[in-house]
Every structure is written in C-alpha cells, then in structure tokens.
Write a protein that binds this ligand. Structure first.
Ligand SMILES: *[C@@H]1O[C@H](CO)[C@@H](O)[C@H](O)[C@H]1NC(C)=O
Ligand SMILES: *[C@@H]1O[C@H](CO)[C@@H](O)[C@H](O)[C@H]1NC(C)=O
Ligand SMILES: *[C@@H]1O[C@H](CO)[C@@H](O)[C@H](O)[C@H]1NC(C)=O
Ligand SMILES: *[C@@H]1O[C@H](CO)[C@@H](O)[C@H](O)[C@H]1NC(C)=O
Ligand SMILES: *[C@@H]1O[C@H](CO)[C@@H](O)[C@H](O)[C@H]1NC(C)=O
Ligand SMILES: *[C@@H]1O[C@H](CO)[C@@H](O)[C@H](O)[C@H]1NC(C)=O
Length: 515
C-alpha cells in the first residue's frame, strides 16, 4: 500500500487527482452559493442571530414582506400599491429603529427623508384641480397631538439661523387653496409621526440629552417649501419645543445632496442612457398608449398634451385624498365623462414594469452609485468624527424621491419599493461595551481590543435592511455578526461601491474616458 502512495500507478494518480478536483469544485460551489445568498437561510439560522436584546434581527424576516415585495406578489395590484405610496397616516406602524443589544450605545443617527404628501406638480387639462386646503388646522383630518404646538413653534422660527436662501420660505403650508407642489396637512402629520417614532425609539437609549449643543444637530434641505416644512415637522416630532436659537437650517442646492462634490461627467451619461431605456419601454407598451388615447378623447385634448401633463401625478393626489377622479361635462348636458380607475391602474402597472426593467438593465444603479457617493461619503465621515469625538450627533436631510430612490439603489437595495410620501432612510451607529478584563486577556491582552467596537444599521421606513446591503449580507452561520461592522460600510463607501462601474474611486469613475 505504502509503495502505492509513494509511487502510484499512473491510472490511480489521475483518478485521485480528479476526485480531489471534484471535491474542490464542490466546496467552491457551496462557498459561492452561500456568498451569493442563493442558499436560503433557514428560519432557525435567523433565530440564532437574535442578540440578547431580542427582536431586532427578526425584522429581517418581516422586512421581506413590507419594504420588499414578497416573492409571490411579483405582480402587485397597481391600485393597492398606489395606496401604499400615499402612506395615509391612519394606523400605527412598527418601527425597528433603536433596536440593538441592551448594553450597546447609540452614537449617531443620520436620516434622509422624502417630503410628505403634496399637492400635484402637474394638472390634467380641462378638469378642475383637486380641492384641497393646505392651511393647517387641528380640526381637520388627519391631525396629530403635536400639530397645535408645532404651528405655534413655527411662528417663532425667526429665532433660528437660516442659510440665506431659506429664510424667506414659509415654515408651514399656508394657502387655503393648495399651490402647486405644496405640502398638505397630511404631509405635515406624516413627518410629525416619523419624528415622534424616532423620539420614542431613541428615548430609552438616552441618545441626545435635552441640553444638546448646536454641534449635535444638523438639518439640511433643498429650497423647496415642501422639503423645508417636512424637515421642520420631522425635527419637531423628534425634539418637540426644540430651542430655535441652537438650530441652523442649511441649504442643499442639489437634490443629490452632493455639496461641493457634484461634478461627475459620467453620471449624466448613465442617466441619459437610463432615460432612453425608459422611453423605449414606454412607447413599446401598446396598452399604455391605448389608455392615454382613450383618456385624451374623454377630455377632448390631443394625446400628446395629455401625456405631457403627466396625469398619474394628479390622479395619485385624488386617490390619496379620497377625491373622485376628475370628470368633464358632456357637451349636451348628458352624463359626465370621467377618468377611470382602470386607466389609472394601467399607468401604474406600466410604472411598476418600468421599475422591474430598470433593475434588470442596471444603468440606474450605475447612475445611483455616482449620484449618491458624495452623500454617503459625508455620512461615513460624520460617523468617523462621532466615533473620534464621542459626542452623539443627529442629522436630517430633507429631500425628494429623486434623492431617496438613488440612495436605495446605491446601497444595493434595488428590490425595495419606490419611496412613498414621507419615506425615511436611517443610518444608526452603535458602539459595543468595552471588553471585560477577562475577554481582553483571552484576546491576547491587546489594549486596543478593550475599546468597544462600532457597528452600523440601515433602516428603510422602519424596517431593518442592513443585511440586504452588499456590504453586510449574511455569509453563513459562523461569521454572521450580530450587527454590521462600521468598517464594512466604510470600505463600501470609499471603494467597493464603485465595482458596479468597474472603478475603485469616485474620481476614476466620474472622469474615465469611455472605452
Ligand atoms: C387607511 O387608508 C387607506 C386608504 O388611503 C386604506 O386603504 C386603509 O384600509 C386605511 N387603514 C385603516 C387602518 O383605516
Ligand atoms: C398664514 O398666512 C396668513 C395670511 O396670508 C397670515 O395672517 C398668518 O399669520 C399665516 N400663518 C402662519 C402660521 O404663518
Ligand atoms: C381652509 O382651512 C382653514 C383652517 O381650517 C379655514 O380657516 C379656511 O376657511 C379654509 N379655507 C377654505 C377656502 O375652505
Ligand atoms: C371616501 O369618500 C367616500 C365618499 O366620497 C366615503 O364614503 C368614504 O368613507 C371615504 N373613505 C375614507 C377612507 O375616508
Ligand atoms: C470624501 O470624504 C473625504 C474626507 O474623508 C474628502 O476629502 C473627499 O473630498 C470626499 N470625496 C467625495 C467625492 O465626496
Ligand atoms: C475594468 O477596468 C480595468 C482597468 O481600468 C480594465 O482593464 C477592464 O477591461 C475593465 N473591465 C470592464 C468589464 O470594463
């Protein structure tokens, strides 16, 4: 036997080699399947990841049902999906913000919000605009327990510090016939609720003390009234009766919140290609074209004019406010002709198809990575600063769908639903307690190992989506961390996110000559 091993016949060597090779291939296949997350995680595994505090990992299971469409709903009903987009504040919501092991310390919270419910930006020709009163009043529905004091507090806004572009913008919606794009009372209530949810979520973690310093709270917004007002409502819900004199409200001129790093020629190129894709898909949709023609005929306008009036925007407002779809009087006093729910459903169906096609084409993700790097870079920088200084910090960036949608895509959360009114993305940074003497000895007495370690959580509309991001996918039983290490996020933002555009830095990706 031994001689066989020392000097094996040729035949045996080859078989042995083949067997070895097959073994390697099998091992590699299992590893890569796990890596790509193709092997479904059993519920047992997810249960085992539950840390002492309990509960927060469980949200991973639930989140698949809510912010991600369930596998069986590949074709969601476009009308009920639209109700989800309205985000009507008529029921309490679960929020998983602030969940972590009990002895971890919350150091930083950074929030990006989409403004709340607004009046349409487009109007359907030949029809009456939806009758909505944008003046705030506690006697109107929906209301909120904080609404009354919020209105009073906003009157004192002159005591705050404002970037000059913002100082002349009204701090609450205040037109009895809403203006184009104006935030409605529903929109204000949505953000009072969001802020209050976080207030409760973080109160028990004693996150910001009541005598917070101006360095600890950062508020930034675009110069649209609806984002400014949404940001203030959110802040008021989070810090009721906040001290105006400590607050500075900053202006972001770009909807991408890219500050001084907005130059990126390649970004526009990807966006242009994406828009071409979107156009091709739309014009190839015969049912959609037929529907537009039908609606235009009802209204007595050219189809082109109706399409340009983006009727879905106005119809969504009707739907969200329970106002029946617009009608036009028939010429001879006969029955009125109205736009129909089926027509609305066709337009929404096409929008959902477009989202699916967009994910498949991958152009939007490339755009999104370049669009949102500066914001993510800033988010990462703030976390590092807080980690260094140890002073807790809170920030809110009040933005638009064209901000939140690319942020989701850049984070690899492509399957998540389109940002609804008052959507929110939250980045939390946590520190574990310092290791005990015994643990330090076990790790070889390294002094550095004594410090607590830093972790991030990412939440979308209250659901924990951390483990859906490419920088923190669970990789199997042993090495699945209870939370996502901050370093994973830092290397994603500073290098790994650019792999989508075959680059290793923002500069390289933005300025590379086309091949
Ligand atoms: C809230 O309102 C939406 C319509 O906007 C409706 O579909 C839903 O059933 C309502 N939920 C509750 C709990 O009333
Ligand atoms: C709303 O506008 C009216 C007049 O346009 C003004 O009298 C009132 O003080 C405003 N209210 C607030 C809260 O700004
Ligand atoms: C709009 O609502 C405000 C507050 O409820 C009310 O005072 C005002 O009369 C309303 N305006 C119209 C035109 O209905
Ligand atoms: C919507 O309006 C109709 C009447 O137009 C009413 O019967 C219904 O209760 C309203 N629904 C909600 C959710 O307010
Ligand atoms: C990213 O942050 C660093 C600071 O750590 C800064 O020097 C750099 O300019 C930022 N880059 C971009 C593209 O935002
Ligand atoms: C990616 O970039 C490298 C170096 O810049 C280049 O050699 C390679 O061909 C690129 N790959 C693709 C698929 O574009």
């Amino acid at each position: 036997m031994e001689s066989d091993v020392d000097q094996p016949p040729k035949m045996l060597t080859r078989n042995y080699f083949l067997l070895l090779l097959m073994g390697c291939v099998l091992v590699l296949a299992i590893i890569s399947l796990q890596f790509l997350n193709l092997i479904p995680l059993t519920p047992l595994e997810e249960e085992q990841q539950v840390p002492p505090d309990g509960g927060f990992q469980v949200s991973l299971i639930k989140s698949r049902k809510r912010v991600f469409p369930a596998p069986h709903d590949l074709k969601p009903d476009p009308v009920s999906e639209a109700y989800g987009y309205c985000n009507t504040p008529n029921h309490t919501e679960q929020a998983w913000e602030g969940h972590s092991p009990a002895d971890y310390k919350l150091l930083s919270v950074q929030v990006m919000i989409r403004h709340g419910d607004r009046y349409p930006l487009y109007f359907i020709p030949k029809t009456k605009r939806p009758a909505i009163n944008c003046t705030l009043s506690t006697s109107k529905s929906p209301s909120h327990p904080l609404l009354k004091t919020f209105i009073g507090h906003m009157r004192q806004g002159g005591r705050g510090h404002w970037d000059s572009t913002l100082s002349s913008i009204p701090r609450v919606p205040n037109h009895s016939a809403c203006e184009t794009g104006e935030l409605t009372q529903t929109g204000v209530v949505q953000h009072l609720r969001n802020g209050q949810l976080l207030h409760h979520a973080y109160k028990r973690r004693s996150f910001l003390s009541s005598d917070w310093s101006p360095r600890q709270v950062w508020v930034e917004t675009t110069s649209k009234a609806r984002t400014l007002q949404s940001g203030l409502a959110f802040l008021y819900g989070f810090l009721p009766q906040f001290d105006w004199s400590k607050l500075t409200v900053r202006h972001q001129w770009s909807t991408l919140f890219c500050g001084s790093e907005c130059d990126c020629p390649a970004r526009g190129k990807y966006l242009e290609e994406e828009q071409k894709r979107q156009y091709r898909l739309r014009v190839s949709d015969a049912e959609l074209e037929k529907t537009y023609a039908q609606m235009a005929k009802t209204l007595g306008v050219p189809t082109r004019q109706l399409r340009a009036a983006n009727p879905v925007d106005s119809l969504l407002c009707h739907l969200c406010h329970n106002i029946s779809f617009p009608c036009v009087a028939a010429g001879d006093g006969g029955p009125k002709d109205c736009l129909k729910t089926d027509q609305f459903a066709v337009i929404r169906r096409q929008q959902l198809d477009d989202e699916a096609d967009r994910r498949k084409a991958g152009l939007y993700r490339k755009y999104a990575v370049l669009a949102m790097h500066p914001y993510l870079n800033q988010t990462a920088n703030r976390m590092e600063r807080v980690a260094r200084d140890g002073e807790a910090a809170f920030s809110v960036s009040s933005a638009h769908d064209v901000t939140v949608a690319p942020l989701l895509s850049a984070l690899g959360l492509e399957e998540a639903r389109f940002p609804r009114f008052a959507a929110r993305i939250v980045f939390e940074m946590w520190k574990s307690p310092p290791a005990t003497q015994k643990q330090v000895r076990k790790r070889g007495g390294n002094a550095k190992a004594k410090d607590g370690q830093l972790f991030v959580r990412v939440l979308y509309d209250g659901e924990d989506v951390t483990f859906h991001t490419p920088f923190c996918r669970p990789r199997g039983r042993q090495n699945a961390p209870p939370l996502c290490p901050l370093n994973n996020f830092l290397s994603f933002v500073r290098r790994d996110m650019f792999s989508v555009v075959n680059a290793t830095s923002y500069k390289e990706a933005c300025y590379r000559r086309p091949a």
